[in-house]
Design a protein around this ligand. Structure first.
Ligand SMILES: Cc1ncc(COP(=O)(O)O)c(C=O)c1O
Length: 378
């Protein structure tokens, strides 16, 4: 049988699925180009790594590699329950928050219903919608000229909701744009939704919000039974390798999400690392302070090069160039600097750049200055 036949055999929704494009790993670039000393500012990882307390805890965890993890994640849920002031019955653990988004789609989407999400919203929303064969209700983003241009237009998203809508995905802040929503407007939006629509507020980057600009939508769970908040340990907590995320929702929704959760979906090391990481809030403060400085450094440095930058409440910036970015990106890679093209989002002239350490940011800015000069003089 030829490969083409398998495509014919696949679920129609899957055969039309375009998979997620991850950031290029450093090892891959170095292998391909025969270079070393590269930096990766492409996947919104924490340049400080993880809390040193986690590394210690993992050494002890290595002794239990032959044992299955606690399928219910009792101790991590207990720690999260204390952290959020919510009972464990409101928590669903995922292999990264990505998996929780998959659970939401599996539970609530099918070919006769729809999901609403914004243009330029995180790529996984259309993927999980497509995976279930559900209808896409993609809504145009806020226009150029708006202070949050490319961000979610909540009014338009509300306008798109109809009797078929089951899920509305809201990323606050959004990846890849970095844009965010005011707490008042977001609360009003959720409050205005009909009861058959579940609002998923994805707070993957929420720790990075300065002051109370991003708030904490989980404090509204009692008010809104149709709210689900997703969080991750991959970003500020620096545990992307271990794949731990979670959803906070009322017990009814949580019960449904846990019905589709595979057994042992979070590893024992992941459970323990996340539990310990949660206790080290000083590390989060340190990471956020460094990120705050890095955002300013990148914004000023990029603007000095004539590159505009979208406002960001996350650990990355979306940089806009006056030309398609293929050549710029290729030249940056040759110099060992990996950033993230976002043409898959329909943003062919933009690059998403993760905030690194001050030194990494400086290297990116210097390399980009050289690359732009070289291109302009060619
Ligand atoms: C907005 C948003 N949500 C969710 C995720 C998923 O992250 P993870 O599966 O590592 O928790 C990401 C990752 O980049 C993201 O940007």
């Amino acid at each position: 049988m030829q490969a083409k036949d398998y495509l014919d055999l696949a679920n129609r929704a899957v055969s039309e699925l375009v998979p997620y494009t991850p950031g290029k790993p450093v090892e891959e670039l170095e292998r391909e180009l025969g270079i070393s000393d590269s930096i990766k500012l492409a996947s919104n990882e924490n340049p400080l790594g993880a809390s040193p307390k986690v590394t210690e805890a993992l050494k002890q965890g290595l002794e239990g590699l032959h044992l299955y993890p606690d399928a219910n994640g009792f101790y991590l849920k207990k720690a999260l329950s204390e952290h959020h002031g919510l009972p464990p019955e409101c928590i669903t653990l995922g292999n990264g928050s990505n998996e929780v988004l998959v659970f939401l789609a599996q539970v609530f989407l099918n070919p006769s219903v729809a999901a609403v999400y914004s243009q330029y919203a995180f790529a996984v929303y259309p993927i999980v919608t497509q995976m279930m064969g559900a209808k896409h209700q993609q809504v145009p983003a806020l226009p150029v000229g708006h202070p949050m241009a490319l961000g979610h237009d909540l009014r338009a998203m509300y306008g798109a909701i109809d009797e078929h809508t089951r899920l509305v995905f809201v990323a606050n802040p959004n990846n890849p744009t970095g844009t965010w929503l005011s707490q008042d407007r977001l609360r009003d939006f959720i409050g205005s939704l009909p009861p058959h629509v579940i609002c998923v507020v994805d707070e993957a980057y929420t720790e990075y919000g300065q002051g109370d600009v991003l708030g904490d939508a989980s404090t509204w769970l009692e008010m809104f039974p149709n709210l689900v908040v997703t969080r991750t340990f991959s970003k500020a907590y620096g545990l992307a390798a271990l794949r731990v995320g979670y959803a906070l929702a009322n017990p009814g929704i949580t019960d449904l999400l846990n019905r589709v959760r595979p057994p042992f979906n979070v590893s024992a090391l992941g459970l323990e690392a996340a539990r310990v990481a949660l206790q080290d809030q000083a590390f989060i403060e340190q990471s956020c302070a460094m990120n705050e400085q890095g955002l300013v450094q990148l914004k000023h440095g990029l603007e000095a090069l004539g590159v505009t930058v979208s406002p960001s409440a996350a650990n990355f910036v979306l940089a806009h160039f006056d030309r398609p970015i293929q050549q710029i990106n290729a030249e940056l890679m040759k110099q060992g600097v990996i950033v993230r093209p976002v043409a898959n989002y329909g943003l062919a002239q933009s690059l998403r750049i993760t905030v690194g350490t001050a030194l990494q940011n400086e290297r990116l800015l210097q390399t980009l200055a050289d690359v732009l000069e070289h291109i302009q003089s060619a």
